[in-house]
Write a protein that binds this ligand. Structure first.
Ligand code: KG4
Ligand code: ZN
Length: 333
């Protein structure tokens, strides 16, 4: 079953063709980084306008790259939320019209479930149950994944997402956009011990996160150290170490609490080398198996949306999109 997946929730126009929920036949990601760079963050209206320009070419290229055509697509999956409403509406309206015109079944999927499905697109992929940390620019949470359709949120961020903290700190330090990649590159040459930023564990048993305190701590550091520009790599490394430590510790804590031998890491922040390294170490010392998708599948992409939609579309009784379905901006509680 070939599913066309479409993703336009933020600043990537993405389309992919995935066979049977696991085999990527093509994956096209048209990045808008250049459009938003001069503003230091995503400008929603510009994102929508760029999605409108890019969506049809991205879908056409995904079909070409997969060596297929409209007639050999069996269903369409598209991100329904959470995300920027104007951006979501472009992909959603396109996918719905496309499916309607071709008389194909289609389904709107949750972006966060899409990220969780990215782990099934790289080999080896985990058996159930597993505990997953989803860390992206819009969301950070820990999930107990019992099956393709059964997943329980154990905790999530109470304020900023982990990726958002990277982006905001990069902006404060005038390092450019997008922040995650810049900070992690800079941190490679820094000393993570030189400046110790706070680790917010909240309640000892909580799987919730908070990243606003560390952001404020970096701001205070900048305000009180006139020469802070001379030690940017150390600030970046200290900040990254604090975020990585909390993320990795809570993921391991959750695996131990739920007696789970498998953990996974997904979302844009999963591309972070220090985080991958730390989780590998912690998992190895406890004989826990660690699963992380290929870097190309960590950030937003259409393949994870296709994989997620396949779970519904392959089931004759599974949910289907309806013409009066709408998008949503926030995570469904
Ligand atoms: O999953 P994603 O592409 O979009 C959302 O769903 O939000 O995640 C984007 C986020 C951004 O905040 C970006 O700064 C962060 O992922 N990110 C990273 C790295 N690469 C991307 N954060 C830390 N280290 C990285 N190497
Ligand atoms: Zn995402």
């Amino acid at each position: 079953m070939n599913i066309l997946g479409i993703e336009t929730s933020c600043d990537e126009t993405a389309a992919a063709v995935v066979k049977d929920g696991t085999r990527i036949l093509s994956s096209v990601v048209a990045s808008q980084v250049e459009v938003h760079r001069e503003y230091g963050g995503v400008v929603p209206e510009l994102a929508s306008r760029r999605h409108i320009e890019s969506i049809a070419p991205a879908v056409e290229q995904a079909l070409n790259d997969a060596g297929t055509n409209q007639k050999r697509i069996d269903g369409v999956a598209v991100t329904r939320g959470p995300g920027l409403v104007g951006a979501l509406l472009v992909g959603f309206s396109f996918a719905r019209a496309y499916a309607y015109a071709l008389e194909l079944p289609w389904v709107g999927v949750d972006h966060l479930e899409g990220h969780l499905n990215s782990v099934f697109l790289s080999e080896p992929s985990p058996e159930f149950p597993f505990v997953a940390l989803l860390a992206s620019g819009g969301h950070t949470g820990i999930y107990l994944v019992n099956s393709y359709t059964q997943c329980r949120c154990l905790g999530h961020t109470r304020d900023d997402a982990a990726g958002e903290a990277f982006d905001k700190v990069a902006k404060m330090l005038d390092l450019g956009y997008p922040g995650g990649v810049v900070i992690s590159q800079l941190a490679e040459s820094g000393d993570p011990e030189r400046f110790r930023f706070p680790r917010a564990y909240l309640d000892k048993h909580s799987f919730d996160f908070s990243f606003s305190g560390i952001k404020t701590a970096v701001k205070r550091h900048i305000e009180t150290h006139e020469n802070y520009r001379e030690h940017l790599p150390d600030i970046a490394a200290g900040f990254e170490a604090a975020v990585v430590e909390v993320l990795a510790d809570k993921l391991i804590m959750a695996a131990e609490k739920y007696n789970c031998q498998r953990i996974a890491l997904v979302g844009g922040v999963a591309a972070n080398t220090a985080l991958r390294r730390k989780i590998v170490q912690e998992a190895e010392s406890r004989a826990i198996s660690f699963f992380v998708p290929d870097i190309s599948l960590c950030g937003d992409n259409g393949a994870m949306i296709a994989a997620c939609g396949y779970r519904s579309l392959a089931d004759p009784e599974g949910p289907r999109g309806r013409l009066d379905d709408d998008v949503y901006s926030r995570a469904i509680p």
